[in-house]
Design a protein around this ligand. Structure first.
Ligand code: FES
Length: 103
């Protein structure tokens, strides 16, 4: 069963950008792309970097450390050196808040 966790106000997610939040002890990246919200683990699978410190272009997040890239919709790696996907999380929006589910 999934349990929704309140992550952030929709208004606090910058347009076409990424922000990092700690939700229930997990480091989560929240993305806004063309008005649509996505969420993933905030930790790069290649090294010790937070994706919220990287650069979002379209649906791709570029890691700040070695410029690997992931698709924020699927978590799949799209550019070397990353080879392992990041986890993505389902989101819902209710009363102006973004909720994420970890399971
Ligand atoms: Fe992210 Fe190396 S730590 S690409």
């Amino acid at each position: 069963t999934s349990s929704w966790q309140d992550a952030i106000a929709v208004d606090d997610v910058p347009a076409d950008d990424v922000v990092g939040v700690i939700v229930a002890g997990k480091d989560v990246a929240i993305y806004s792309v063309d008005g649509e919200i996505f969420a993933s683990s905030n930790l790069c699978t290649h090294g010790n970097a937070r994706l919220c410190d990287g650069f979002l272009e379209g649906h791709e997040i570029e890691c700040p450390l070695h410029q690997g890239k992931f698709d924020v919709r699927s978590g799949k790696p799209t550019c070397a050196p990353v080879t392992e996907a990041i986890r993505t999380y389902p989101i819902k929006i209710e009363n102006g808040r973004v909720y994420v589910a970890f399971e």
